[in-house]
Design a protein around this ligand. Sequence first.
Ligand SMILES: Nc1ncnc2c1ncn2[C@@H]1O[C@H](COP(=O)(O)OP(=O)(O)OP(=O)(O)O)[C@@H](O)[C@H]1O
Ligand SMILES: [Mg+2]
Length: 395
Amino acid sequence: MCRYPVRKRLSAPWASVPGVAASAIRFEHVSKDYASEQGRGAGDGAAVHDLTLDVHEHEVLVLVGPSGCGKSTTLRMANRLVEPTSGRILLEGEDVTTADPVTLRRRIGYVIQNVGLFPHRTVAQNVATVPKLLGWDRRRTAARVEELLDLVGLDPARYAKRFPHELSGGERQRVGVARALATDPPVLLMDEPFGAVDPVGRRRLQTEFARIQRAVGTTVMLVTHDIDEAVRMGDRVAVLSTGAHVEQLASPLDVVARPASPAVADLVGRGRMARLLALGRLERDDLAEVASEAIPAPTRAGAGDGASTVTLGADAASVPLGTELGDVLASFVGRPDGRLAVTDEGRTIGWVTPTSVLEALRRLTEHPVDGAPTVTQAPGRAPDAEQDPVGTLPT
Ligand SMILES: Nc1ncnc2c1ncn2[C@@H]1O[C@H](COP(=O)(O)OP(=O)(O)OP(=O)(O)O)[C@@H](O)[C@H]1O
Ligand SMILES: [Mg+2]
């Protein structure tokens, strides 16, 4: 699932087994029961109950689910801010419960829900926390701090010397992201990292972050309760319910197109078609007509040498294979003939019509995962599940 496996580290014994994705973090039958540890009996149910989950090297794995379902607890166990009640957690094959927590946390970047900046340190000092621990010299640290502040959209000249209480919530959160990226850690844990940022800034940060992650190959475990953030950011998405029970672990497209349980269907239900249009891509099977022989792609007047020149929008003559379905649909606007050429490597390979897009949506939603029926509604779901953060264990 790795898109750009830049980092070659590792690793674990199973890393070399062909066809098996190397595991950066592995949860093995992990449980966390705060109540029983605090002597309050087991009546509340465990925050995390018997979780087994692999985070593959270089991937972004997103945990998404309602408030109180155990997302933060799961994340915090990976760097030992929370100790599991039972089970094992392996970081690159090494049991974290036997690792020195301080050394462990230098290997793992962490962006905390509600930020957690040091209040008496400036923005620059906050970002420089781990470089300082690692003994970087002043010039290297300063250059890195400046680079990271730029990256998260905070002008160093304006922000470097401010203290956290002199920032907005969204600005604080961006400093948190910059701090976690400072030493380019191989594993990054992110708990609602963009939660307090406004929608436009959030989109920008998500895109920027995805770009950095792809370039550097960081393994990321990201927690959110926002399904759109989950499908936008994740290589894989784990949908959790109470007790960190894994309802579905699949690609973003699978989760949206083929929810595996009523809880997942409930989560993706609203706006599902819009999400599918953004996630689904035009495939060869969707063509309404196939060209008898490949012909050069149509070009716009004055658009240069042509063969690979393809534009989207109302005046587009063609779309390449692999275009987002939503963009294909948009390309029909203002085209009364309702027909669009499809190109592959600069050659027209056939045509699509608006009906082709509907067929593509049908294709996406009709094939069940592992033989399980696709769930499109959430019948009989406990109506107050989200208001009951403690709840009971899943049966
Ligand atoms: N230190 C603690 N002591 C006792 N119970 C706790 C503690 N921390 C969390 N819990 C409980 O464990 C459950 C899971 O909490 P957790 O913080 O992991 O949820 P979450 O999925 O991150 O929720 P949110 O989306 O609201 O951040 C909740 O029922 C919570 O009340
Ligand atoms: Mg949380």
